[in-house]
Design a protein around this ligand. Structure first.
Ligand SMILES: *[C@@H]1O[C@H](CO)[C@@H](O)[C@H](O)[C@H]1NC(C)=O
Ligand SMILES: *[C@@H]1O[C@H](CO)[C@@H](O)[C@H](O)[C@H]1NC(C)=O
Length: 175
């Protein structure tokens, strides 16, 4: 029994040390951020504006944040990326930027409902936290991209920031 448990722990540890990030793991992590962000968009678009309906939105907002932090961890653990890996990541970032645009648009459209319930400031603080986390994620990923491609990578990530900024602007002017 004890031996079996020890073996299980030991194999778990061996597995953990073997799992190093790479381009494919970063793409997976970015796709996970994308689907969590899409789910947030669906919940905001589906929201009727009542207080009860804010709970699934706030919960999903937390899921978005943790998926971003997971992607940052994955990128941190990764070895420097090859140009080919960077290309795969570029595609995932472009997809994510489109999704973030749609989600921020939905959040902006729902601003008045959030304000009506006096929770616009909570949404604002979530957006600011997510933007910071997303910035950190981008910076860590860009750091792993070959130097010659870093400027392009920055340009690809910029629209994500711009979308957050539009929503943050709208919620900053709440009462
Ligand atoms: C949409 O909202 C209704 C209740 O307002 C809920 O029953 C349904 O599960 C929601 N759908 C999604 C996709 O969130
Ligand atoms: C979404 O993208 C469109 C087209 O580029 C742009 O005009 C709009 O300002 C963006 N909205 C957000 C919230 O990022």
């Amino acid at each position: 029994m004890l031996v079996a448990n020890l073996l299980r722990v030991a194999s778990g540890l061996a597995y953990a040390t073997l799992v190093i990030g790479d381009g494919a793991a970063i793409v997976d992590a970015l796709n996970n951020v994308d689907s969590e962000t899409k789910e947030l968009q669906a919940r905001v678009q589906n929201w009727s504006g009542d207080l009860f309906g804010t709970f699934p939105i706030i919960t999903q907002s937390e899921h978005v944040l943790s998926s971003i932090n997971d992607a940052t961890d994955t990128a941190e653990d990764s070895d420097p990326l090859t140009a080919k890996e960077a290309l795969g990541i570029a595609t995932a970032v472009k997809t994510l930027a489109t999704t973030v645009n749609g989600t921020m648009t939905a959040i902006i459209n729902a601003h008045d409902d959030f304000e009506h319930l006096h929770i616009a400031s909570i949404v604002l603080s979530n957006l600011e936290t997510q933007k910071r986390a997303s910035n950190e994620m981008s910076n860590v990923i860009i750091d792993k991209v070959p130097t010659a491609l870093q400027a392009i990578a920055k340009n690809l990530a910029a629209p994500v920031d711009a979308s957050f900024d539009q929503a943050i602007d709208v919620f900053s002017s709440s009462d």
